[in-house]
Design a protein around this ligand. Sequence first.
Ligand code: CDP
Length: 243
Amino acid sequence: MMGGYGDIKLLNDDGTRLDGRAVDEMRSVEIKAGVLPVADGSAWVKHGLNVAVAAVYGPMEAHPRKIQRQDRAVIDVRYNMAPFSTSDRIRPGFNRRSREISKVTAEALESVVLVERYPRSKIRVEIEILAAEAGTRCVGITAASVALADAGIPMRDMIVGVASGKIEGVVVLDLDKAEDNYGQADLPMGILPNTGEMAFLQMDGDLSIEEYNLACEYNYKAASEIHELMKQALLDSASRGDA
Ligand code: CDP
């Protein structure tokens, strides 16, 4: 939802952002693993004012049969924004946007999970956005990755979801709600922190090559910070013994 009309001030005179952050500063992030006793794996992620919970079930036999793949598992993702997650009026239930986010998330996760180890199986990933403040697709991916690891599902890396963008012609890390609504560009990415690969990339608005490179650099910096929190959450959950 890029407004980009230039009539809304998003930067203070001293170059900081309206919430006081520096241009290359992400919102604060908190992560917990193993939060849902009934799921095989789960995670809770608070990223700024976003709150996401992810639950993983499986691997289990894929039903109906027609969704089975003979050589690998399928990952069935359902991203959903709770009706109380936003002050905007959202129509509850599955819509175009949530279907699109579910699909790109599933494709990203299939690139890191060792799906070939579980032929004819399904791994179900539920992502519930409890509070939304921009960047929920990224927070959902981060939460899903921790939940998959918490379920003990083998992966070649986790994925960290993070976005940078452009406001008033300036590249900034991790857009908040106003910046997402009235900014000029948004660049959400799914980054594999160990290999440095990118598992997904979307772009809304326009960035020059230089701006894209800077946004990328910011995203990689944030991804490595968030990755530390993901690993710590998994260690804490394992030491509690409820993973
Ligand atoms: O959440 P994300 O940035 O990944 O996706 P978006 O489609 O760019 O949405 C940006 C923000 O708009 C969300 O995080 C929500 O805060 C808000 N939104 C909403 O309130 N209701 C919707 N139906 C869609 C988005």
